[in-house]
Design a protein around this ligand. Structure first.
Ligand code: HEM
Length: 297
C-alpha cells in the first residue's frame, strides 16, 4: 500500500530552486490530508485512551479525578463513543483516499500495493531488520532505508489490527442488544475482555514503542514534528531515507517535493500540540503501571 504523502503543496518553482535548497532545504514528506488525519487520530486516540482507562481503572484515585473532569463515568462513556466515531471516520477517509489514488495515480491495486513506496512488508524489510541489529551491535553500517522503514510499516499495520479488534468488540459493547439477536450473550463478556486487554496493549505500545521509535531515538530526540508540519530538513531527509532520495534524484522528481518551511509561529503551535500529546501519553502509561502494581482488582 502506498501512502498519500507526495501531494504537492507550496511547491518551490524550479527557478528559485538553487536558493531554496541552499537556504531552507525542506522536503515535503506528508500530504496535507495525511497530516490532518494523523492529528485527528491523535485527538481521537487520546480521548479513547483517557476515557477508556478511566472506566477500566475506575477504582483508582486518578480515574476518579479524571472521571470528574469528564463529567462523571457515564459521560466518560459518551465521550468514548464520540471519539470512536471520529476514529472510524479517519479510517474510512484513509481507505477512500487509497481507492481514489489507486484510480488516479496507479491504475491498479497491484501497482499501488507492490510498488517501491508500498507500505506492505517485503524482503528488504527483513534485510533491513537484520542489518539494523548488526548496526546496533557495531558490526555493520546503518541500513539504507527507502520511503518507509520496517518499524514504520509495523506501526501502520498495528493501527489496522487495532481498528479491527478493538473497533469490532467496541461496537458489540455499544450495540449489545442488536448483536445478541444473533450471538449468545456470554460473548459480550468475551468482547469486553478482548476490547479492554487489546486497548491496554495498544496504549502500552503506542505510548512506549511508537513514541520511542518516532521521537526518543537519538536522531529525533526529543520530538519529530514531521508528521504535523509535513516537512523535514533536506539534509536529514538525505541521511534518513537515502534510497528514496536517490530514486527521486534519478527520476528528476526531487524538485517537486521541495517546499518552503512554515513560519516560526506555526512550528511553535505544532510543538505545543506535540508536547501535550507526549505528556498525556506518558502520563497514561504511568497511571496504568501504578494501577497494575498497587491497586489492581
Ligand atoms: C471504534 C472504536 C471503539 C469503540 C466503538 C469503543 C466502544 C466502547 C464501549 C461502548 C465501551 C463501554 C463503555 C461504557 O461502559 O460506557 C468501551 C469501553 C472501553 N474502551 Fe472502547 N471503544 C473503541 C476504541 C477504544 C480504544 C482505541 C481504546 C483504547 C486505546 C478503548 C479502550 C476502552 C477501555 C479500556 C474500556 C473499558 C473496558 C473495561 O471496562 O474493562 N476503546 N469501549
Amino acid at each position: 500500500m502506498q501512502d498519500a504523502s507526495h501531494t504537492a503543496e507550496v511547491v518551490v518553482p524550479p527557478s528559485a530552486l538553487t536558493e531554496v535548497v541552499a537556504e531552507e532545504r525542506q522536503f515535503l514528506r506528508f500530504s496535507r490530508l495525511n497530516r490532518i488525519l494523523h492529528i485527528v487520530m491523535i485527538v481521537s486516540f487520546m480521548s479513547l485512551a483517557l476515557t477508556g482507562m478511566t472506566l477500566k481503572f475506575s477504582y483508582t484515585g486518578w480515574a476518579v479525578i479524571l472521571g470528574k473532569l469528564f463529567g462523571g463515568f457515564e459521560s466518560a462513556g459518551y465521550i468514548h463513543r464520540l471519539a470512536a466515531v471520529l476514529m472510524v471516520g479517519i479510517f474510512v477517509a484513509h481507505i477512500a483516499n487509497l481507492v481514489q489514488r489507486k484510480r488516479k495515480e496507479f491504475g491498479s491495486w497491484k501497482a499501488l500495493l507492490f510498488g517501491p513506496d508500498s507500505m506492505l512488508f517485503n524482503k528488504k524489510d527483513w534485510q533491513d531488520f537484520v542489518g539494523n541489529i548488526k548496526w546496533f551491535l557495531g558490526k555493520g553500517p546503518r541500513p539504507k532505508y527507502g520511503r518507509w522503514t520496517y518499524w514504520e510499516k509495523f506501526d501502520y499495520f498495528a493501527v489496522f489490527w487495532g481498528i479491527f479488534v478493538i473497533g469490532s468488540t467496541g461496537f458489540m459493547l455499544w450495540f449489545s442488544e442488536f448483536f445478541t439477536h444473533f450471538m449468545p450473550g456470554q460473548l459480550l463478556n468475551v468482547a469486553t475482555i478482548i476490547h479492554s486487554d487489546e486497548a491496554l496493549l495498544a496504549v502500552g505500545f503506542i505510548f512506549t514503542v511508537h513514541f520511542f521509535n518516532t521521537h526518543l531515538r537519538p536522531e529525533k530526540f526529543p520530538m519529530d514534528i514531521c508528521v504535523f508540519s509535513g516537512r523535514m530538513d533536506f539534509e536529514e531527509f538525505k541521511r534518513d531515507k537515502p534510497l528514496e532520495y536517490e530514486a527521486l534524484l534519478k527520476s528528476g522528481e526531487l524538485e517537486k517535493y521541495l517546499v518552503e518551511p512554515y513560519p516560526p509561529i506555526v512550528i511553535r503551535a505544532i510543538r505545543v500540540f506535540g508536547w501535550t500529546a507526549l505528556t498525556i501519553g506518558f502520563s497514561i502509561v504511568v497511571w496504568i503501571i501504578y494501577a497494575m502494581l498497587f491497586a489492581y482488582r
